[in-house]
Design a protein around this ligand. Structure first.
Ligand code: ZN
Length: 344
């Protein structure tokens, strides 16, 4: 079969790899029908040291179950399934608590040991806990939005929950990538009254407004902080969603939360230390978040997608085939595309 392998910064190749197959009785074999490239795939694309063996890539996919191991009960051949970006057993103490990304028997796709989503097929460990059966066919018009349940929509939702978004609250979203835009959807869905999107790209801002952003802040640094304060009566936002992960965005997010407010961070931190330690301490800011347990949110968000109340699939602005993946990485890295979908 063919799959995406990254060998170093800027070096993404489509290669023949060993066919995915069932190894453990709890596995399923899934043929991919849709996958995508993630903003978090761009960190290794920018920084990975050259590797001889390379890393299999991709952690967001929808596919058809081809076969299951002898202990799999909840999914069967022929089912169309969506996979979260982390696999999990669904039964351990952390899964039962809704924190599937800390599953005692779970893990993440790709790397040097496991299949990744940017390939023709995947061996899915812990299939019963990991996969969610979709109630539509593989070419349904809602595929883009359903695919976002594997990561970006669940991650935006996680940021909103960590930031304690609730009806009537003022929310600020730092970052206009796919996760930030899904964070706007999540904030509106949870009843936020004012949603300030911090971003600069005209196409992304337009989509953010469609998703529910009430104010746009395109300044940076101190000017952005001043602008958010001006928009919130000088107080700052109750809830801040940090959807970028590097120093300046994190500093901005922590600085625009009002006293007693909360920052939900889902951008993977690119720095070893967190800024604004003193000012967040004295203002009693809650700092929460981490890798989103998107498996915990799929059942909750699925009806909103199926019934058309949210359209997170609009973050996809380019569709490619597997051969187009290397250029898809380039396009996202150059900010030519917000998010790229791979159709098999
Ligand atoms: Zn678990």
């Amino acid at each position: 079969m063919r799959a995406t392998v990254m060998y170093g910064s800027g070096d993404v190749r489509i290669e023949h790899v060993p066919d995915a197959h069932i190894i453990k009785p709890t596995d399923a074999l899934v043929t991919i029908t849709r996958a995508c490239i993630c903003g978090s795939d761009l960190w290794p694309y920018q920084q990975m040291k050259p590797s001889e063996i390379g890393n299999r890539m991709g952690h967001e996919f929808i596919g058809i179950v081809e076969a299951v191991g002898t202990e799999v009960r909840r999914v069967k051949p022929g089912d169309l399934v969506v996979a979260p970006f982390a696999w999990s057993d669904g039964t351990c103490i952390f899964c039962q608590g809704g924190l599937h990304t800390s599953c005692l028997h779970g893990g993440f796709w790709g790397g040097t040991e496991l299949d990744g989503g940017q390939g023709e097929a995947v061996r899915v460990p812990q299939a019963d806990g990991t996969l969610v059966v979709l109630p539509v066919g593989p070419d349904h018009a809602l595929m883009p939005s359903l695919l976002t349940l594997s990561d970006v929509m669940g991650t935006g939702h996680h940021a909103a929950l960590a930031a304690k978004v609730a009806p009537g609250k003022t929310v600020a979203v730092v970052g206009d990538g796919a996760v930030g835009l899904c964070g706007v959807i999540a904030a509106r869905r949870l009843g936020a009254e004012q949603i300030i999107l911090l971003g600069r790209h005209p196409d992304r801002i337009a989509l953010g407004r469609d998703f529910g952003a009430t104010d746009i802040v395109s300044e940076r640094g101190e000017a952005a902080i001043e602008r958010v304060r001006a928009l919130t009566g000088g107080l700052g936002a109750h809830s801040v969603l940090e959807c970028v992960g590097h120093g300046e965005a994190t500093r901005t997010a922590l600085s625009i939360a009002r006293a007693g407010g909360a920052v939900g961070r889902v951008g993977v931190p690119q720095d070893a230390t967190m800024p604004a330690a003193m000012s967040t301490f004295f203002r009693n800011i809650t700092i929460a978040g981490g890798p989103a347990p998107v498996r915990a949110y799929i059942e909750e968000l699925l009806p909103d997608v199926i019934e058309g109340r949210i359209e997170p699939g609009r973050v996809f602005d380019r569709t490619i085939t597997l051969d187009g993946v290397p250029d898809g990485y380039r396009a996202m890295n150059d900010r030519e595309a917000i998010k790229v979908m791979i159709r098999f």
